[in-house]
Design a protein around this ligand. Structure first.
Ligand SMILES: [Zn+2]
Length: 359
């Protein structure tokens, strides 16, 4: 595709918007005067720019291998409180995107502190708050039918604890804080990096479960290689991720709640994740749109220039109430396949797909 087409695509979905909306909030605004979108097909980049892009070691989209990717600069961190701006590389062929830098271990420690929300059980949470959250998430309940299940990004094992019907459940986390909290719950959560294939014996599990953890991984392809090795023949895979092709990211772009840079390193579209899974030996059997209505009021909140760290108790309660009111709209978007979260069901295929271009 010609660069002019790339530009048209980029400007249609990501028109240049002001970078000055966070002035006065202590954000590093060094890129404020830079264009918010820079369209540079990779083959036209100078050497310096090639080094700057960081993540794309093979100069192609991580999901579909297309060389047509463009970058969006100056995206503010609304979630993790790093007070920095980030660059996102977006694929012009499949629409997937990836953070433009590899995070250092110091940065990872900062954005995933031992107090990270999924690493521990919040015992202070009121019972009625949990009941409302369960109601909001009622479509998110998924009960895998299997005998040996591995959850990657299991946190402290709160989901695994609900799987009474599965004889063997094991979690995998990169933080020891999560493993220690899981031990108190009686759940086996191991500490390790999913790309380390030696963590488990080949064919150890018949189900791999990743609920909103896949987008946090720096190397999703390497993670799929490990999962493929650990699954039995015809073992099943469930992945839930934000949908970068949904209506909210298209309308609100950098303010979209689930963009969540730098926590969400990879952004997927249905097309992109299908191609990624196929290349790593998985056959997709079903794609389902299943969004959290909280994304709608939170995206609107971020569009006003606010951040998670600005939220007081009153705002949190208001967001919870608005999320309940947004349930019908969220369900309607899911029915139209425009929701901002997708669930992928796949199984291990016998042969790896050829690493052909763009597919
Ligand atoms: Zn792509």
């Amino acid at each position: 595709m010609e660069s002019a087409d790339s530009a048209a695509h980029a400007l249609r979905f990501y028109p240049r918007d002001a970078c000055a909306c966070f002035e006065g909030k202590g954000v590093d605004c060094r890129e404020t005067t830079a264009p918010s979108i820079v369209i540079q097909p990779l083959q036209l980049l100078a050497d310096g720019d090639m080094r700057a892009k960081g993540r794309y070691d093979d100069d192609r989209c991580f999901a579909c291998l297309s060389p047509e990717i463009f970058r969006i600069c100056g995206i503010v961190d609304h979630h993790a409180g790093t007070r920095r701006r980030y660059t996102l590389w977006v694929c012009n062929a499949c629409g997937s995107a990836h953070l433009g830098e590899r995070l250092s271990s110091e940065q990872l420690e900062q954005i995933y502190p031992p107090t990270f929300y999924s690493y521990g059980v919040d015992r202070r949470r009121k019972r009625w708050v949990s009941a409302i959250e369960r109601f909001r998430y009622y479509r998110h309940r998924f009960r895998p039918q299997c005998t040996r299940l591995l959850e990657i990004g299991s946190g402290c094992g709160e989901f695994l604890r609900t799987l009474d019907h599965v004889p063997c459940v094991i979690g995998l986390e990169r933080a020891s804080a999560a493993s220690e909290a899981a031990r108190k719950l009686g759940i086996d959560v191991r500490v390790g990096d999913v790309v380390d294939q030696t963590l488990f014996e080949p064919r150890s599990f018949d189900f791999a479960y990743l609920s909103h953890s896949f987008e946090h991984l720096d190397e999703p392809g390497a993670a799929l290689e490990s999962i493929h090795r650990w699954l039995t023949d015809n073992g099943e895979l469930f992945i839930a991720v934000p949908n970068f092709a949904g209506l909210l990211p298209r309308l609100f772009r950098r303010h979209w709640y689930n963009l969540a840079l730098p926590l969400h390193v990879s952004q997927f579209t249905p097309t992109g994740i299908r191609r990624l899974l196929k290349r790593h030996g998985f056959q997709v059997t079903n794609v389902r749109w299943n969004s959290d209505p909280l994304s709608i009021p939170m995206t609107a909140y971020f569009a006003t220039g606010s951040m998670v760290t600005d939220m007081g108790r009153l705002v949190r309660v208001a967001m919870g109430i608005l999320a309940l009111l947004c349930i019908p709209l969220s369900r309607a978007l899911d029915m139209l396949r425009l929701g901002d979260c997708i669930e992928i069901h796949a199984h291990k295929a016998g042969q790896r797909a050829e690493h052909g271009p763009y597919r």
